[in-house]
Design a protein around this ligand. Structure first.
Ligand code: GSH
Ligand code: FE2
Length: 286
């Protein structure tokens, strides 16, 4: 079984969304869909998600799951929109509960129960979703966030923000609940897969000397030349490098709108008494 994989790159947030389908049954999943958000105007758009829906329709695909690799801190999820349009169910790693518990007080979000019930399915390490002839295995790969998971479908692994392209390195580990040492161990787990395993990134920011975006690599390539974790880089050296780099990074532009929507499985906060929806900016909290 070879899944068909179509990638959609959102240049506003450097995010890659995947439409992965089983050619035999035309059943499909969407991994990490983006809801466009203009923070200057406070306006959403479904243009990016609609491209995924149009491609699914053109190819006669039924989207049955939306899979999140984590509660993204840099873009809003279109999971709720895709669910409304297709009836797909929404799944995420079970440790989303920890992320909800951490952020509920930050946003004083009375409606958010930190039990993951906003999602249709919470995935534990080793859980397998069957979609047509595709077996989608969940690998818990924490470190960037505590709830991060990767999805393995045969020879392909959708790694979320566990790894970036070899010339860029790895994701930051300084968000609440993030941990560089834990990230290193998750990365080693991915890199222990066969060298020909294909790895699909959730983000690409280009890299010095590279002027095109890229999101597909292999375990072998990462082991040979990932600038942060190639073979031979030990845990302590990685932790030192990652921690030093994280000290230089500003918060993502969309972290505040993203997290409050994404812990609600892509739903906005409930409308206020005037019927309108407001997102919050907690002051001096993160
Ligand atoms: N400039 C981007 C940065 C987003 C960001 O922090 N991305 C995370 C993944 S969610 C990361 O690991 N970035 C690594 C880096 O910027 O070097 C933004 O503002 O959205
Ligand atoms: Fe991320």
């Amino acid at each position: 079984m070879t899944p068909q994989i179509q990638a959609f790159f959102d240049e506003a947030t450097f995010t890659v969304t995947y439409l992965v389908s089983d050619p035999a049954t035309r059943l499909a999943v969407v991994i990490d869909p983006v809801l466009d958000f203009d923070p200057k105007a406070g306006r959403t758009s479904t243009a990016s998600a609609d491209k995924v829906l149009a491609t699914a329709q053109e190819n006669n695909l039924s989207i049955v799951w939306v899979l999140e690799t984590h509660a993204h801190a840099d873009h809003l999820s279109a999971a709720a929109y895709l669910k409304e349009k297709t009836g797909a169910r929404v799944a995420i790693g079970e440790h989303i509960r920890d992320v909800q518990a951490a952020f509920k007080p930050v946003f004083h979000a009375a409606d958010v129960t930190p039990d993951g019930t906003q999602f249709d399915r919470l995935l534990a390490d080793g859980d397998v979703l069957t979609v047509g002839e595709m077996a989608i295995e969940t690998l818990h790969t924490p470190g960037h966030t505590p709830a991060c998971v990767s999805y393995r479908i045969g020879n392909n692994v959708f790694v979320g923000d566990t790894l970036f392209m070899p010339d860029y390195g790895t994701a930051r580990a300084d968000f609440p609940g993030g941990d560089a040492r834990t990230l290193y161990r998750s990365i080693q787990r991915i890199l222990s897969l066969p060298p020909e395993t294909v790895l699909w990134m959730c983000h690409d920011y280009k890299a010095p000397g590279r002027d095109t975006y890229a999101w597909r690599t292999t375990v072998g390539d990462e082991r040979a030349r990932n600038v942060h974790v190639h073979d031979g880089v030990g845990e302590d050296a990685f932790v030192a490098l990652r921690t030093a780099k994280d000290r230089t990074l500003a918060m993502p532009v969309l972290i505040l709108p993203s997290i409050q929507v994404n812990i609600r499985a892509g739903h906005m906060s409930p409308p206020e008494s005037d019927g309108h929806v407001y997102l919050k900016i907690p002051v001096n909290r993160i």
